[in-house]
Design a protein around this ligand. Structure first.
Ligand code: 6PG
Length: 467
């Protein structure tokens, strides 16, 4: 008997996905570069081991999969992925599909897709979200590649995916890099949402001087309202967790220095390249970078004068609304970015569908995504989700809280870079008459770059006085 699918790479995510596939009724061939991991994995599979064929060579692994083959790689999406493509393609046949399920740079995915195009071997870039638990029990998956590969993989993908009210959270979003790009933007939104939550926590901890139980209670309360989401849930749980070594709140024993593997930064690089504002994501990536300058910050705390002018803690409702408004704006920026990329690469991304497959399984799953899926299925004035009446109404309800939170934080000297970026974007968008006329005047003054007039078509120059 041959397997329905092969999984190469038995690290945390690969093992969990292989077990999920077996649990979903499929026969799974597995192998790993370090062959000694394979037996441990089979032992860990316990009752599911009967549906798993372990292989110790690449040749027997490939031969053990039913053709046309679907082979999921869960390995670093950098050089190891290129090396494995080179090693495995001579063993494959026409119609076989290689899936890269890692967090790949979509530019690499586009290149790999193009390199294999016309060889008979198909390449799929698939974003997988949900961490280890999601991978094992139902992730959200964003698939990019050919229709042929999708037809082959779809029954397995739908069986193993997270379900939102019974609907699988996976879809074929477009060709080549579409799936990995959407996953990258998912992570950019994840960064922004996490940063805004961290800012709300900082405000409560440092300005409000709330104790850990009070903060946990607020997040616990918010997780039952419009802010309902996985990230708010885990924040409440984090604040309730105690370090067994010291008895202190778990969060208090963690160094305030954030790691990042790169997807947030990639989101931002693409945003800048396409000229799309993703200021909330930029703030979140920047905040992680600043956090890593721990020693400089420790020194600066003594050297830089304290210029703060207040210690007013906003109402808890304002903080909740600030997070809600910030979340809407972070998502709106992410969707604008996907819209621009879809146009540039001709992907035909279906925005409401993306919101739908993010409603369960992934890290940013939230009640908001269900609302966004509905709103985006209708007409969006100027293509902007924040201009849809339902979203504009929610911003009208929540931005006043965001404004009070940002003002209080600014006066108290408490950094809220992502929340203030969200507010600045909102205020800029809401200002029909902006200030770029001054920028144009300056450009014309020093460089004769010209400007458009309000009352006349064409390019004009100013009647500038001399300095
Ligand atoms: C997911 C996550 C995941 C990511 C981690 C860590 O959707 O399951 O986005 O893919 O690897 O969140 O990312 P950073 O190390 O960049 O924070």
């Amino acid at each position: 008997m041959t397997a329905d699918i092969g999984v190469y790479g038995l690290g945390t995510m690969g093992s969990a996905l292989a077990l999920n596939l077996a649990d979903s009724g499929f026969r799974v061939a597995v192998t790993n570069r370090e062959v000694e991991w394979i037996d441990d994995f089979v032992t860990e599979a316990a009752d599911l081991a009967g549906d798993i064929d372990a292989h110790k060579t690449l040749e027997s692994f490939v031969q053990g999969i039913t053709a046309p083959r679907t082979i999921l790689f869960m390995i670093p999406s950098t050089k190891p992925m290129d090396d494995m493509i080179a090693r495995i393609t001579p063993l494959l046949s026409d119609g076989d599909t290689i899936i890269d399920g890692g967090n790949a740079d979509f530019n690499d995915t586009r290149r790999r897709f193009q390199e294999l195009e016309g060889t008979g071997i198909h390449f799929v870039g698939m974003g997988v979200s949900g961490g280890e638990y999601g991978a094992r029990h139902g992730p959200s998956m964003m698939v990019g590649g050919s229709d042929h590969s999708w037809a082959q993989f779809k029954p397995m993908a739908e069986a193993m995916a997270a379900k939102f009210e019974g609907a699988p959270c996976v879809d074929h979003l477009g060709p080549d890099g579409a799936g990995h790009f959407v996953k990258t933007v998912h992570n950019g939104i994840e960064y922004a949402d996490m940063q805004m939550i961290a800012e709300a926590y900082g405000l409560m901890r440092d300005v409000g001087q709330l104790d850990i139980a009070q903060m946990a209670a607020h997040f616990g309360e918010w997780s039952k309202g419009p802010l309902a989401s996985y990230l708010i849930d885990i924040t409440a749980a984090i604040l309730r967790s105690v370090d067994s070594k010291t008895g202190a709140p778990m969060v208090d024993v963690i160094l305030d220095q954030a790691g990042q593997k790169g997807t947030g930064r990639w989101t931002l690089i693409e945003a800048l390249r396409m000229g799309i504002s993703a200021s909330t994501i930029e703030a979140a990536v920047g905040a992680r970078s600043w956090s890593s300058e721990k020693e400089a910050r420790m020194a600066a705390g003594d050297l830089l004068p304290d210029t703060s002018r207040g210690d007013a803690m906003p109402e808890a409702d304002d903080v909740e609304n600030a997070l809600m408004a910030g979340r809407i704006i972070g998502h709106a920026q992410g969707f604008q970015l996907m819209r621009a990329a879809s146009e540039e690469f001709g992907w035909g991304l279906n925005m409401p569908r993306i919101a739908e497959i993010w409603r369960a399984g992934c890290i940013i799953r939230s009640a908001l995504l269900d609302d966004l899926a509905e709103v985006m299925a209708g007409d969006l004035p100027q293509g902007h989700v924040i201009l849809a009446p339902a979203m504009a109404a929610r911003l009208a309800d929540t931005v006043p809280g965001l404004r009070r939170v940002v003002s209080a934080a600014v006066m108290a000297g408490q950094p809220v870079p992502a929340l203030s970026a969200a507010l600045a974007w909102y205020d800029t968008m809401a200002l029909g008459r902006g200030t770029a006329n001054m920028i144009q005047a300056q450009r014309d003054f020093f460089g004769a770059h010209g400007f458009a007039r309000l009352d006349d078509a064409g390019k004009h120059h100013g009647d500038w006085v001399a300095l």
